[in-house]
Design a protein around this ligand. Sequence first.
Ligand SMILES: Cc1ncc(COP(=O)(O)O)c(C=O)c1O
Length: 421
Amino acid sequence: MTLSERDKLHLWHPLTQHKLKPDHLAIVKAKGTLLFDENGKSYIDAIASWYTCMYGHCNKQITSKIKEQLGRLDQVVFSGFTHQPAIELSEKLMSILPNNQQKIFFSDNGSTSVDIAIKMALQFYFNKNKKRSRIIAFEDAFHGDTFGAMSVSGLSVYNGPFEEFLLTVDRIEVPNQNNYKEVNLKFKDLVSKGEVAAFIYEPLVQGAAAMKMYSPELLENLLQVAKENEVLIIADEVMTGFGKTGKNFASEYMIQQPDIICLSKSLTAGVAPMALTSCTQHVYDAFLDDDLTKGFFHGHTYSANPLACAAAIAGIDLLLSDEIQNKIKTIHNKHLKFKNRIEKHAKVKSARVLGVIFALDLNLKMKRYGNLRDKLYNFFMEKGVFLRPLGNTIYILAPFTISDEQLDKIYTVIEKSLEIV
Ligand SMILES: Cc1ncc(COP(=O)(O)O)c(C=O)c1O
């Protein structure tokens, strides 16, 4: 039996209706920007395996650090113990995070980093005996699939069964040139009642909403109002973090800095599942008390796993290297040139670029996971490029290590795909 056949016996895949999609391609190997299936066919990983493997797959500079760490300390309880990789990682993070950040709380994935951020914000006010139990989030936001993260996600098309169990969330539209006055007014109205604990957002790019981008100036206005009203600001940088927007963190495009930041995905260079929620000293101080119950009683077994920390340290070293910083600029410039060319195409409604993120919207109505979307996906895979269109949006978020030739191939394949829709 092939791996794909054996898969069907026991495996249940994420985000999948198995009745409609019974088959899963088996990937047996990955190297650099390439994935290899069990028949030996290769695919350019043009979305860096959901924005994780930004330094290429099985990068020796990362894997060698993990191997070294594996010979020293594999795993230990992080409640009551500490260790060198976690300490070193926290120090490295402090050197690149917005400078109001002071404390790091580890978890396992983007969704848990968001749940933790929400719990921190709610308990921050609980500990101060202030009743603030509402959260503001954007429409079309995606923050993950655990209950807290689901609650603040506006893209809840598939969350129907859980809606009655979710947190109390007020939603505002993402500001744009047409609606920003109304959005600001609604935001001011919501926060003026003194019931809002936090405002959570994906800074500048809403990934799952099909790489929807919005302006730093318009976000800045909201952050300013949040600060004035003591609403904690939570930046979900799970997708945007670590260089993808052209700066280490998208929050750097704004003056107002978040109280809490969520990070995961390329935090560990795509090698190990790990996440973290960072916060300011001000947030942390609200949990310091002689009363035990005012502490933050949240914990995951694999918190700060030493192997994941070693991968993250190596990843940050790579991110800061001249080589990767230059690659980020090169990819950005190539994307801009492609955008200028492709946006004139009759089948393209609009195109946008931020850092290494490129997205175009087709001039067509398409279901998020409908037949036409599948036709495009299959076309890309047949041509050896792994891209996952989101409805009528085709986007690229390739590893920083991609070559010019590979990037040109992705562009050509996207251009060709316009002939089949
Ligand atoms: C902005 C953002 N937040 C949170 C998540 C959830 O992360 P995870 O899938 O690791 O739970 C995602 C995943 O795509 C994301 O893009």
